[in-house]
Ligand binder design. Sequence first.
Ligand code: SAM
Length: 216
Amino acid sequence: MLNEKRKARIDEILRRKQPDLQIFLDDVHSSQNNSAILRSADAAGVLGLYYSCRDDLDVKIHKTITQGAHRWVGRERVDYDQRVDLIASKRAEGMQVIVTALDDHAVSFREVDFTKPTLLVVGNEKEGVSQEVIALADQTIIIPMMGMVQSLNVSVATAITLYEAQRQREEADMYTQSRLSEEEIAEIKDAWLYRDSVARRSKGNIPTKAKLWEDW
Ligand code: SAM
């Protein structure tokens, strides 16, 4: 049985969620990186992320890495062939598409206004974000590198960028008033409470009672 304290905590977390700060993982196929990103996403108040993989790989959740964060952040797999359409539809909805890329046009990640509805895109460990996706960017951004190595690990780059977004959004008071409607909170809470109670009883797969994000 879930106690009232747990329910209140879930409610509190939902009221800090930033539904208009979303992440897209472009062919990030390391399940460890995927899990580490989920944990940072939870910490920054992200409601859900999307991911696509070129290969038909199963990107597992590592519970020792997520420490449970996968239960509080939605994760939806998008067919690799559909990812450009998904990102284009996010743009059409009014989200700015901010792509982390080590290219000549990239500006510092600190120059972006992350209080705007944002889809943050990070890329593959070897090749970075694909050219098709970069083509959809409103802006490419770079985290300045002062050492010998060209790039950061993708989960580290995601966390650094998310925390710039978190800093800006906290300054703009975006965590103090719920960004979700009461109906959305009730719907997600219902799904979360269900999962939470099942997760506490079961060590196996948690059945989905998914709503807004497929993998909940
Ligand atoms: N050779 C790849 C490239 O040119 O993009 C490096 C990929 S890097 C290991 C993996 C991902 O982490 C990148 O696609 C990007 O999303 C992110 N990343 C790593 N370092 C970054 C940096 N300094 N600035 C922006 N993004 C970075």
